[in-house]
Design a protein around this ligand. Structure first.
Ligand SMILES: [Mn+2]
Length: 310
């Protein structure tokens, strides 16, 4: 695949250019407040009209899984129709061996097909104020680019601020990286979570939360991750009602491709293998017609695909 070769041989100026183009596309859709078939409100994207949908979850520097999935999707044809949507759930970097290859590819996809690609933010793309571990991205950049590495990293950090925080697809799916905020918050607070991240917990919870069985009030408990919380099914139900969606789709936890929680309200999806050899990679691919028949995560699980990794 040409994209795979370009990602492998890109030098620091190529990278800076590619990140800049993606940043420009992200800025443009926020200013325009629209994407083909939908609306863009800060960090919140709402897609009403579409033809086909594909969702790719955590990649964690596993470019092999990414390129395999792109090839199975026949991505150039898929993305050339602005009504087809490819949504990434974030966590592009760290843990695996080729964070830069993954970043180069997703930036290229966003700048080449801005109306077809939604790049969401994971906790590994969090603001510098959040101390999270296993962040090997800066070292990988330094190894690859030496003296230019600081500039590349800073440019990436400024692009991360513009990544999408929550996506609603056709009153069916609510997509986030980690989970939903446990305290009373509005849809609008999801849109402005980056700007308010110092005084509000919303960004932290979107990026770090995990669904768990919690039956007692207030429906959440502390997370062992040190950031974010565990949220119970009451929180899921509240956000499904608030967004009008039927299923929450999120990544953030390795699993056997996918996992269901909260009685079919939540699907966890995971798309990489390299750093998690005991788990499976998967992605979602379905048409708008199939999406319209979905009422819970069990229905949605029919459209989980497992890439054939070599
Ligand atoms: Mn994560």
């Amino acid at each position: 695949m040409q994209l795979e070769r370009s990602a492998a041989k890109a030098n620091a100026p190529d990278f800076l250019k590619q990140i800049g183009l993606a940043l420009g596309a992200l800025q443009a859709e926020r200013q325009k407040k629209s994407i083909a078939g939908g609306k863009v409100n800060g960090g919140l994207v709402e897609i009403q009209k579409l033809e086909k949908l594909a969702v790719v979850s955590d990649l964690h520097g596993d470019s092999k899984s990414l390129f395999r999935i792109l090839s199975e999707l026949n991505y150039e044809q898929f993305l050339s129709d602005p009504m087809n949507k490819l949504v990434f759930l974030g966590d592009y970097v760290d843990r695996g061996s080729d964070s830069m290859g993954v970043m180069y590819a997703v930036c290229h996809l966003k700048s080449t097909y801005p109306d077809s690609v939604v790049l969401m933010r994971g906790n590994h793309e969090a603001p510098a104020e959040f101390p999270f571990s296993s962040h090997n991205l800066p070292y990988e950049i330094e190894e690859r680019f030496g003296s230019c590495s600081k500039e590349v990293y800073q440019r990436l950090l400024s692009m991360f601020k513009l990544l999408t925080l929550a996506t609603v697809v056709r009153q069916k799916l609510l997509l986030v990286h980690g989970g939903l905020p446990t305290e009373n918050a509005t849809m609008e607070s999801l849109a402005t979570a980056q700007e308010n991240h110092i005084r509000s917990r919303v960004l932290e919870e979107l990026l770090w939360n995990d669904p768990r069985q919690i039956d007692i009030e207030p429906g959440w408990e502390m997370s062992r991750r040190g950031l974010g919380r565990h949220f119970g099914s009451g929180v899921s139900r509240m956000w499904l009602q608030r967004s009008g969606a039927k299923v929450i789709v999120r990544g953030h936890e390795p699993c056997q491709g996918f996992r269901l929680d909260h009685d079919g309200a939540v699907m966890t999806l995971f798309s990489c293998k390299e750093a998690y050899p005991k788990f499976k990679a998967a992605y979602l691919a379905l048409t708008a017609g199939q999406l319209d028949d979905i009422n819970d995560a069990r229905d949605l699980s029919r459209y989980v695909r497992f890439p054939e990794l070599l």
